[in-house]
Design a protein around this ligand. Structure first.
Ligand code: HEM
Ligand code: HEM
Ligand SMILES: [Fe+2]
Length: 451
């Protein structure tokens, strides 16, 4: 560890991994409900389990991003974090808010209360008081990290990271605006959900990948920076108007069908660029870095993101196709592979890279970590295939032949059993990953390696 204050990242990563475990269990539970619809439904109903699954996903990914920023900004800026104390306060607020969401939903506290009760828009269900807490924590974060960057060396990596982080926090402010008009409600909801994963988060991902590849391959910084700008430019050019692919059927003007189709089709470009960039860097690189597992996760992230977001996104993004596939298992297939490939994997990549450094050791448990990579990635790929087959049948029977939704669900039972198995592989992989990070039996680090 070059800078003492990087230690902050350690606590963010630990919290992130704990919430990751909760997300995995929530997914397994929801997966059980698809096979046996009343599975533990009187303990916690499906909608609440599903909410916990998707929200814990978002929370731990953000914790991971914050941790990544606290880890890499000191190295890039060549100085300590402005205030480690503020960083810990920020983490405390986030943990408290997360616990608040869980308790409010599990026990249905303060139903209907504007400040304390449930909110109920997918991904932004947090009670208003938690949303306020998130904003306070985010402002603390932005202040802290921006001060660090301003006082230190400025690099393309920190610039792009800051742009992404500022953007994602500002977009979250739309969660406070909940118009009664359902069309407007949905329209602004996508400002967050879409402009996060297909805009600002892409910038965060690109800068983390750039940092990792710089460290792992030893290529020249100028080359990394050139690619980074290409990715940012293509991501924003396509992603902003690409929001239109969610405006086809919610009551917005019909020109969105063309704007959305054209620009969202172009969204494949930044993901393709990220993948090519990563492989070119490894091919050009001169360094033989000992942390092979981190490199595997970095390359995996770039590749699976291209398939999950790029290929599976394009699959249903043209309005002529989406007319049939909208809201079917095709969407769930894409949602899983895209989130996993892009943001789960890039988080696990930076965690894999940073943990040995934060714990003052040589890279450890690498084989176990790589096994967890293949288990999780293989499981997710299989889940995606299964859901894609299920979604194709569902689309045909329900949208083309016009048959009854519930009867079709019945006939997809076999797919849901296979999804359950795939989910098991993912969760076993996740447990293995967490174990590999936390439990070490070997000696402390040798004098030679750092960074
Ligand atoms: C890191 C891994 C995972 C990620 C990134 C992830 C992500 C997601 C996302 C984004 C959604 C919402 C999908 C949508 O709105 O279309 C979702 C829903 C769901 N996930 Fe996961 N998930 C993961 C692991 C799992 C696992 C292991 C299972 C277990 C079988 C699972 C089962 C489900 C189920 C059943 C739903 C509800 C789908 C529905 O309502 O139709 N997930 N997940
Ligand atoms: C890493 C980036 C991405 C992530 C994490 C992601 C995730 C998701 C999720 C979770 C949903 C379901 C939202 C909901 O209805 O609740 C969704 C919907 C959708 N995504 Fe993505 N996505 C990504 C990139 C892309 C890209 C690049 C494209 C196009 C090329 C795309 C096309 C779509 C479309 C068309 C829908 C709407 C599906 C429907 O009509 O039901 N996505 N995405
Ligand atoms: Fe989108």
């Amino acid at each position: 560890m070059k800078y003492q204050s990087q230690k902050v990242a350690y606590w963010y990563f630990l919290t992130a991994m704990a919430v990751f475990a909760v997300q995995g269990l929530g997914g397994r539970w929801a997966g059980c409900s698809y096979i046996a619809p009343n599975f533990w439904a009187d303990v916690v109903p499906f909608n609440i389990v599903r909410m916990l699954h998707t929200n814990s996903l978002i929370v731990w990914l953000l914790l991971g991003f914050f941790g990544a920023a606290y880890f890499l900004v000191p190295e890039e800026s060549e100085r300590e974090i402005h205030s480690p104390m503020l960083a810990y306060i920020q983490l405390g607020i986030l943990v408290l808010g997360t616990a608040g969401v869980v308790v409010t939903y599990l026990f249905d506290l303060f139903p209907g209360h504007w400040l304390l009760g449930k909110e109920g828009r997918e991904f932004i269900e947090q009670p208003v008081w938690v949303k306020l807490g998130i904003v306070v924590a985010s402002l603390i974060f932005l202040f802290n990290i921006t001060m660090t960057v301003l006082k230190g060396r400025k690099t393309a990596i920190t610039n792009v990271l800051l742009l992404g982080l500022w953007g994602l926090v500002l977009l979250f402010l739309f969660s406070f605006y909940n118009p009664t008009n359902l069309v407007l409600d949905k329209m602004f909801w996508w400002y967050i959900v879409h402009l996060w994963v297909e805009g600002t988060w892409e910038l965060v991902m690109a800068s983390i990948l750039a940092f990792l590849l710089l460290k792992l391959t030893g290529v020249d910084r100028e080359i990394v920076e050139k690619w980074l700008y290409v990715i940012v430019a293509t991501a924003l050019f396509s992603g902003i108007l690409g929001t239109g692919h969610h405006y086809y059927w919610i009551g917005l003007p019909s020109y969105w069908q063309w704007v959305g189709s054209i620009f969202s089709a172009l969204e494949v470009v930044p993901f393709f660029a990220m993948m090519s960039f990563s492989f070119v860097m490894v091919w050009m690189g001169r360094r033989d870095h000992p942390n092979k597992a981190a490199l595997l996760w970095a390359l995996g992230a770039a590749t699976v993101a291209f398939f999950g977001a790029g290929v599976w996104g394009f699959l249903h993004t043209l309005h002529g196709v989406n007319y049939y596939t909208h809201g079917t298992q095709i969407t769930a297939a894409h949602g899983h592979l895209a989130f996993f490939g892009a943001y789960v994997s890039v988080n696990l990549a930076i965690i894999t890279y940073a943990m040995p450094i934060l714990r003052g050791r040589d890279p450890y448990n690498q084989v176990m970590n790589m096994v967890s990579f293949w288990l999780m990635t293989g499981g997710m790929a299989f889940m995606t295939f299964v859901l894609t087959f299920a979604g194709t049948i569902q689309t045909h029977m329900q949208r083309v032949l016009g048959e009854n939704f519930m009867e079709i669900q019945e006939s997809m039972h076999l797919f849901y059993i296979m999804r359950w198995g795939a989910g098991l592989a993912v969760v076993v992989g996740a447990i293995l990953f967490i174990y590999a990070q936390l439990v070490i039996h070997d000696k402390p680090k040798s004098a030679s390696s750092e960074g």
